[in-house]
Design a protein around this ligand. Structure first.
Ligand code: DI6
Ligand code: FE
Length: 416
């Protein structure tokens, strides 16, 4: 028997499969077991069905080579952080102090600080410095059972530096256990070289995107549609170019004001619309019709001391899938914990603990266009986390507490 026809059996688990095909909340299977073959889940089910599953496997020439007894521990799909800006230089602690003295985030941005101060620090950092900083941040996420992370560019804002940031994200995916999806976000802020020439900047960014795509650096395209970001007309031009390249789209929409960004993005079949505090009913309907995910970011809401809540009830009523992410970035969400976002998704946005967990598993996978993860289901990637918890609601309930005990990335257990 060679490695490809051996199975690893994980048994005695409480499985929160998050499989929408199972009727139970959380797709829960008490007394559950998993068979892992290579980087895939071969079978997921109840212990009572295990003998049949093993007999079927034997008929296919597969045999169990190793067994892990979980003694009732909770197992969930590996968590997915579907919106981060992990690659950047410097920090914004001084800006945090100014905001606490009453200066607004928008005011600081208009004075040339905010995102642009991180751009200066990012351009000044070496590739190694950028990699080390991002690897440490990714490590904190992995430690909480995160197995897939999306990473945006957006702090280079020049051809060379945007490509450098995307290359660092790709390197993280090669050198760390976790899977990385990259997103090009050149339309994050207007760099000083283009002051007063934002349309020229959009033209330049479209050219970079074509180069980044040719170099295999980009999995998706995003923009910041906002009064302090880019106009809907500029976002459309970028999206037309991205669509011509066959790249999926997402948008920072309706974070600080209603620009109609969500409806615009939905019109392009966007994977997700993100933030959404100022989302209108029209935007919700457009997202529902397009199947776009509402990716809510409670860390930024909290850290900017926002008071306007995203329209969670209306999204739920419309049946728009809701996801949660850290939005890790140095300005509006310097947050190293996706578990904390589960708690904040419940306390601040009134999600249920089950909705919150769906938001970092099945719905997060959908926000990245990944059909092979987010649930414990045969055929999916064998990404899962083992928790010191009796029930999945505990993951959202505690905060400042990490019950993750083990993490398996594409079938391989790695210490995080
Ligand atoms: N919205 C945000 O909250 C982050 N980016 C964005 O478009 C903030 C980025 C930063 O302040 O550095
Ligand atoms: Fe963001």
């Amino acid at each position: 028997m060679n490695a490809s026809n051996t199975l690893t059996l994980w048994r005695g688990a409480t499985l929160a499969t998050m499989d929408e095909a199972l009727a139970a909340p959380y797709g829960l299977l008490a007394d559950g077991a998993l068979l892992v073959q290579g980087d895939r889940l071969h079978w997921v089910g109840s212990e009572r069905d295990l003998p049949t599953a093993l007999a079927d496997a034997r008929r296919q020439g597969l045999g169990v080579q190793a067994e892990q007894a979980l003694r009732g521990a909770l197992v969930t799909p590996g968590l997915i952080d579907a919106h981060t800006h992990l690659v950047y230089g410097g920090d914004r602690a001084a800006e945090f102090e100014r905001r606490l003295q009453g200066v607004s985030y928008e005011q600081i941005a208009r004075e040339g600080g905010g995102i642009r101060s991180t751009v200066a620090a990012t351009r000044a950092a070496s590739d190694e410095q950028l990699f080390a900083g991002a690897a440490a941040r990714a490590g904190a996420l992995m430690h909480e059972g995160v197995t897939t992370v999306e990473i945006k560019s957006g702090y280079g804002l020049a051809a060379e530096h945007e490509a450098r940031c995307l290359a660092v994200a790709r390197r993280l995916g090669r050198e760390l256990p976790l899977a990385v999806r990259t997103t090009s976000l050149a339309l994050h802020a207007l760099p000083p070289e283009y002051a007063g020439r934002s349309d020229d900047y959009v033209d330049a960014a479209i050219g970079w995107l074509q180069q980044q795509h040719a170099a295999g650096l980009v999995d998706a395209v995003d923009a910041f549609c906002e009064t302090i970001g880019f106009t809907p007309a500029q976002v459309r031009r970028l999206f037309d170019a991205a669509r011509a390249l066959g790249l999926p789209l997402k948008l920072h929409a309706e974070q600080l004001s209603d620009q109609g960004g969500a409806a615009l993005a939905a019109g392009y079949g966007a994977l997700s619309c993100d933030h959404l505090e100022h989302l209108s009913l029209h935007g919700i309907e457009a997202m529902r019709d397009a199947g776009s995910v509402a990716l809510l970011l409670p860390g930024a809401f909290y850290f900017l001391r926002d008071t306007r809540l995203p329209p969670v009830d209306a999204l739920r009523e419309a049946g728009v899938p809701i996801a949660l992410a850290t939005d890790h970035n140095p300005g509006s969400s310097p947050c190293g914990s996706l578990l904390l976002m589960l708690n904040m998704g419940c306390t601040l946005f009134r999600l249920t603990p089950e909705e919150a967990l769906r938001g970092v598993t099945v719905h997060a996978a959908r926000a990245l266009g990944l059909a092979d993860r987010g649930a414990l289901r045969a055929g999916h990637r064998a990404d899962f986390a083992v928790w010191d918890a009796a029930h999945p609601a505990e993951l959202a309930y505690r905060f400042g507490h990490n019950p993750c005990r083990r993490a398996v990335f594409a079938g391989v257990e790695r210490s995080t």
